[in-house]
Design a protein. Structure first.
Length: 421
């Protein structure tokens, strides 16, 4: 199986797919799957543009809306994670994962999916310590703070991935695992990007939760994006342990190294995206402590017995099958003949998500408010995971990193600054 991996998409689906077509023709080969490491920008209409965290003059419709509307179909099965420049209102509809458009699958805020017999895991967003132990309290339409914090990684989503036991073949994260530069040519990196030098020296470049997941999951392949440069590394886990091949990729621009092709052995047969049994069991097990308020809630990393949930999910999949629920449009698509058309704002319940939760016999909580806060719900359960809870205080120290996205032009730096304003 040949898999293409792309860095930051920034809404340029047409360009990436065209590049893959040219590569197939030049190399007389066939690409089976495309993976994207974030900043996908699944913008369906003008309302989605408002939830995109870039200055207004840099908000462009780009090409995703054509795939969402059905005007064109993705020529390759595509799986993506979220970054820090997304149409966050749409991705929240698909928190658990789902079809963002026909043949284009969002992996969720965290998730594991199968493509053929290849297991692909991913973590959306970027790490900011000030928000890590908070719940997913943000709801569209977003204010100036929520439009940033909505894509900050939460412990709840990481802890679910830490409970994955079966081997992961490929893992995707938007920002790099903390300390990854120790395993590659960091001298060359800082020659190309000198403003990374201090963070590399202090070992503060990257995501601590991603580093913990790398150490726990030890996948053969790990791909990231975010910093808009190519950086390879090889991690040996222990003296005689497995090896992870890490690669960060650039964004889709001429002359930039934004694409990589890998070949992985796979069972014969038509590859297709399917639910992962272990991940569904983890999702079901953890749903009763789904953290949805601004309360500070720290969870234990203790491993929970998942066997009962696993057996339940297996029986359900044997009856229904493992294909994801079908794509559904929830809002009108952009119409170039009617620019500026009014689109309903706020949260829209996605039929895929509703069907998914009904299948797992779980409540729909994505539009819950602080009136039904996480601690009140969790108090109804006896969970050994919760170890500390306190109210989140506004005005705490903001430790957002200073380099922003790795961009070369000053105007782009202003457009894609990484939470430093």
């Amino acid at each position: 199986m040949k898999i293409a991996v792309e860095g930051c998409m920034h809404g340029d689906l047409d360009k990436v797919y065209a590049t893959l077509k040219r590569l197939e023709e030049a190399e007389s080969t066939k690409i089976d799957l495309l993976l994207c490491c974030g900043d996908f920008q699944a913008v369906r209409n003008e309302e989605d543009l408002k939830s995109l965290n870039v200055p207004p003059k840099y908000r462009h419709m780009n090409s995703f809306w054509k795939y969402y509307s059905g005007q064109v179909k993705a020529p390759y099965p595509t799986i993506f994670i979220g970054g820090n420049h997304e149409a966050s209102n749409y991705l929240w509809e698909l928190y658990y994962g789902g079809w963002a458009a026909p043949n284009i699958y969002f992996l969720g805020f965290s998730g594991v999916i199968k493509f053929g017999n290849i297991r692909i895991g991913g973590l959306s967003g970027i790490y900011k310590s000030k928000d890590y132990y908070l719940g997913h309290h943000e709801r569209p339409p977003y204010d100036d703070n929520n439009i940033r914090s909505v894509y900050h990684v939460r412990q709840y989503d990481v802890l679910k991935l830490m409970h994955v036991v079966e081997p992961i073949d490929i893992f995707l994260s938007h920002d790099w695992p903390l300390g990854i530069t120790d395993y590659g040519n960091w001298e060359k990196l800082v020659q190309q990007k000198p403003y990374f030098k201090e963070e590399v020296r202090l070992r503060t470049l990257g995501s601590k939760p991603a580093a913990e997941l790398l150490d726990k999951l030890k996948p053969p392949y790990w791909f990231s994006a975010h910093l808009h440069c190519r950086f390879p590394a090889i991690i040996q886990h222990g003296e005689n342990g497995p090896i992870t091949k890490f690669l960060a990729l650039d964004k889709c621009l001429p002359g930039r190294r934004f694409l990589q092709i890998i070949e992985i052995k796979s069972d014969p047969g038509p590859p297709e995206i399917q639910y992962d049994e272990e991940w569904l069991a983890i999702t079901r097990k953890f749903n009763n402590i789904f953290h949805l308020s601004r309360e500070y809630l720290r969870l234990k990393s203790d491993h929970l017995d998942n066997e009962d949930s696993r057996c339940w999910v297996k029986n359900k999949l044997n009856v229904r099958g493992a294909k994801p629920f079908e794509f559904s449009q929830t809002v009108p698509s952009f119409d170039p003949n009617k620019p500026g058309s009014t689109v309903p704002s706020g949260h829209h319940r996605n039929p895929q998500t509703e069907s998914f939760l009904q299948f797992l016999e779980l409540p729909y909580l994505l539009d819950i408010t602080d009136e039904l806060s996480t601690p009140k719900r969790i108090s109804e359960f006896s969970s050994p995971l919760v170890i500390h809870s306190q109210k989140h205080l506004d005005g705490e120290e903001d430790d957002d990193d200073a380099h922003g996205d790795d961009v070369d032009e000053l105007e782009e730096l202003a457009a894609y600054v990484n939470d430093t304003q």
